[in-house]
Write a protein that binds this ligand. Sequence first.
Ligand SMILES: Cc1cc2nc3c(=O)[nH]c(=O)nc-3n(C[C@H](O)[C@H](O)[C@H](O)COP(=O)(O)O)c2cc1C
Ligand code: SF4
Length: 525
Amino acid sequence: MTATVWVPCDAAAVSVGADDVAHALTAAGATVRRNGSRGMLWLEPLVEVETPTGRIGFANVTPEQVGALLSGELHDTGQDVGVVDEHPWLARQHRVSFARVGVIEPTDLGAYREHGGLAGLERALALAPTDVVREVTDSGLRGRGGAGFPAGVKWETVRTAEADVKFVCCNADEGDSGTFADRMLIEGDPFTLIEGMTIAAVAVGATEGFVYLRSEYPHAIRTLRRAVDIAYAHGVLGASVLGSGHRFDLEVRVGAGAYICGEETSMLDSLEGRRGEVRAKPPIPALQGLFGRPTLVNNVLTLAAVPTVLADGGEAYAALGTGRSRGTQVFQLGGNVARGGIVEADFGISLRELVDDFGGGTASGRPVKAVQVGGPLGAYLPPAQFDLPMDYEAFAAANAMVGHGGVVVFDESMDAGAMARFAMEFCAKESCGKCTPCRVGSTRGVEVIDRIRAGTHREANLVLLDDLCTTMTKGSLCAMGGLTPMPVRSALEHWPEDFGAPATASAVARDIPMSATSTDGGARP
Ligand SMILES: Cc1cc2nc3c(=O)[nH]c(=O)nc-3n(C[C@H](O)[C@H](O)[C@H](O)COP(=O)(O)O)c2cc1C
Ligand code: SF4
C-alpha cells in the first residue's frame, strides 16, 4: 500500500522547499496531497503522513530525507512531531476561521462541505436579509482590517442604501509588515472567503464582488482564481447561488503593491483603474463606493468569520472574546521570534502568552526588547506591557492598536530611534500625497529625528517632533499620516536612550507637552 502524505502548498512552505519535497515523494511512489500550512512556520516544510492514529507530522523535511521518511526511519527523531492535531501549539489555539486551513486540500469543494463549509451560506439563504445582518450584528464581529469597525453597522448601511447595483469588495491588500493571515487563509481555505463574501452579498443585496489581492501573492492569486472557477462550476457563485435565485458574480483583481491601496477608498480608486488616492469622507463607501455605488468593504478575516457566524449563530460567536472585542483574532507572530506563525485565539489572550508561550521568545536567543503590534503604524511595546490583553479598547487605552493582529518581535539589538525614523520614512514613501500633514510632515519627521539623534538642538527638536506628531495625528486625511506618530511616540517614550538621550532623556520624553505648537513649544532650531 502506498503511503498518503500531505505536503503544504502554502507560499511559506514552498519558500523553504515544500514543492521539491512533494516532487521527491511522488517520484518515490507516495500519494501526495497538498494542504495549506498549519501555521507552525518554523516547522516548514511540515510533512504529514496518514496513519490509523492520525496524521503524523515531520518537521523541516528535505527532498534527501524522503526515503527515510517513507521507510519510517524519521520516526522518533527530533523531526517527528507526533499527531499534528495534538501538537501543543495547535491544541492550545481556538481555530474558528482557520479551522480547515492545513487540514483539507484548499480547492477541494467536497472536503470543504464535509468539514462544515457552506452551512452558513445555506442558512443565510433561508433567512431574510435583515436577519442575516442581525446575526452579524449580534455576533459583535468587528472589522479585522485594522479599525475594528462593527461589521453589522456597515452591512446594515449598505443593505438599506437604494441603488441599481451594489458591490461587495474584499480588501486582501494585506500591506502591514508582519501580517500574513489573509494570504494563508486564501491559500489554505479559499472557499471560506468566497462563502463569506456570498453571504455578505445576499445580506446587503449586492450582485457583484471583487477581491483586491496584492500582486506579491502569486500563490494566493492562483489558488483563489481556481476556487472561484470551481465555485461557479458548482453553482456556489453565478446567476443563482445554490439555486436560490440570488445572483452573485465574483472577480479577483490584482493590485500593484502600494501600501496606500489597502486604505479602502484608495483601493476603490485602484479597482476603478485609477491611481490609488485616498478619498475624503463623506461620502462613505457604504453609500458611494465603487463607481459611486453602495459598497461593502471588508477585510479577508472579517469575511472569513462570517460563515461560522451564520452557521452557529451570532450569539455563539459573541460568547467568545472579551469586552467589546468578540470572537477570535488570527494573530500573526513574526520578526525575531523562535516559533513564528498563526495563532488563532479568543480576544483577551495576553501579549505575553503570544510572545513567550507561543512564540518561545526570540529566534536569536537574546532577551525580547519590544514588539510592534498592528503593522507599521502600530506602537512598540516593551515587555513591561506584555500583560495587556488583546482587546481593541485595552490597546487603545495604552496608546497602541491591535490592528490586523500582526505581532513583530525584536530582541535587545533593536534600535528604537532607527525604527521611529523608519516609521516616518515609510510614511514619506507610501503617502498618497493628498494632504500636507502626511506628505510633508513625514519627510520633516525623518529630518527632525535625525537631528535629535545627532544631538543637534536636542530639546528644541524633541518639542518640534511632538508638535509635528500632533499635527499629523489631527490634520491628516487618513490613518496613514494620522497613525504614523504612534510608533514614533511609543519608541521615544520607552527607549529615549535610542534617540541619543542623555541620562535625563526619559524625563524629557515624558514632559513633551501633548499639544505643543511652535509658539508654546519653544524655538525651532
Ligand atoms: C494606510 C492604510 C492601509 C490599510 N491597509 C489595509 C489592508 O491592507 N487590508 C485591510 O483589510 N484594511 C486595510 N486598511 C483599512 C481599510 O481602510 C478598511 O478600514 C478596511 O478594509 C475595512 O474592512 P474591515 O471593516 O473588515 O476591517 C488600511 C487603512 C489604511 C489607512
Ligand atoms: S494621510 Fe497621507 S496617505 Fe492619507 S490622504 Fe493624507 S497624504 Fe494620503
